[in-house]
Design a protein around this ligand. Structure first.
Ligand code: PPS
Length: 326
């Protein structure tokens, strides 16, 4: 089954060449405007394969996010919850020896290479399959929306998201081939130009879906999770309907889960201090400060005014709002 055939690759190249492109924060040299979102060149073949060939199962669980919103944290928490029966000992847990990105894959990334092997390993994964995506809701493979699989989405205040992205994508790693200044990257971000953006339509797509289909999409905010992790991890457990207690108090188990995935703990693990994820980003760069409000150290008064206005304009009437300081 030579799906990643020369013909398909040529068609993809032609399509890519026909799309508007921009430089901006994201993986690869350019972002391409595809299906109303800015797709990083790096992910383009994988996005196409994901959309065309992925078949969701009712038992699948997806972690969805706009980049730099808390994906790594949510992958870790969800992995522990979903696999609670398999790995009930937190002293020898896979999260202590593997980075969350090694335990929970992005199909849009892995399907960009070794297509035949990867599609096979996806279909052979132990159920429930836990996967992640940065794709906006309308661009997910149709079977995800149609099936009974569940999606947990995390978003973060747009100020901290931008700073986190700036720090990540301008670090020396093969994901960053940009030479944008902070001001230039900010202008692009304000125009929606960042990998998988615009950030506002990304958030609103999942937000609206979480309102119309609360059993399908659970919507979380990074700031809420920081402020009251017990409450929100309980929501995750209830949403996924996974029994996590074996005679123990639910709250005690939840506190242990939260502790295992704590920023300081994860940052301090040997496995997260060196090495790379799929040769594209250093593991240590996924753990920077893990705080709410670091943006205050980066933004000028005019930038604060500009982004605040955009947030107000884009999110007004949606009911979605953010906490900007801890
Ligand atoms: S990515 O590349 O999209 O997967 O990045 P993502 O994980 O979404 O965002 C990275 C930011 O999340 C912080 N982080 C955490 N915060 C709290 N708890 C845990 N366990 C955790 N792990 C990662 C990480 O430090 C990045 O935020 P900044 O503000 O840059 O520190």
């Amino acid at each position: 089954m030579a799906l990643a055939s020369d013909k398909q690759a040529n068609e993809e190249n032609e399509l890519l060449l026909s799309l508007p492109k921009e430089r901006g924060l994201g993986a690869g040299p350019y972002l391409h405007l595809f299906q109303d979102f800015w797709c990083p060149s790096f992910y383009f073949p994988g996005v196409n394969n994901f959309q065309k060939h992925f078949h969701a199962k009712d038992s699948d669980v997806f972690v969805a996010s706009f980049p730099k919103s808390g994906t790594t944290w949510l992958k870790a928490l969800t992995f522990v919850i979903v696999n609670h029966q398999r790995f009930s000992s937190f002293d020898h847990h896979p999260l202590l020896s593997s980075n969350p990105h090694e335990l929970v894959s992005f199909p849009e990334f892995i399907l960009s290479h070794d297509f035949d092997d990867q599609i096979l390993s996806l279909s052979n994964m132990t159920e429930p399959r836990l996967l992640a995506t940065h794709l906006p809701f309308p661009s997910l493979p149709k079977s995800i929306a149609k099936s009974n699989c569940k999606i947990i989405y995390i978003c973060r205040n747009p100020f901290d998201t931008f700073v986190s992205a700036w720090e990540f994508f301008t670090k020396k790693s093969s994901v960053s081939s940009h030479a944008l200044t902070f001001e230039e990257a900010f202008e692009k971000y304000c125009n929606g130009i960042m990998g998988f953006g615009p950030w506002w339509s990304h958030m609103l797509g999942y937000w609206n879906e979480s309102i119309t289909r609360p059993n399908k999409v659970l919507f979380l905010k990074y700031e809420d999770l920081k402020e009251d992790a017990v409450f929100h991890v309980k929501r995750m457990v209830e949403f996924l309907d996974i029994p996590i207690t074996q005679g123990e108090e639910t709250t005690a188990v939840i506190e242990n889960i939260i502790n295992l995935c704590r920023f300081e703990k994860m940052k301090d693990l040997e496995v997260n201090k060196s090495g790379e994820i799929d040769n594209i980003a250093e593991k240590k760069n996924f753990f920077r400060k893990g705080k709410i409000g670091d943006w205050i150290n980066y933004f000028s008064p005019s930038m604060i005014e500009k982004l605040s206005k955009i947030i107000e304009e884009k999110l007004s009437g949606s009911g979605l709002s953010f906490k900007l300081h801890s």
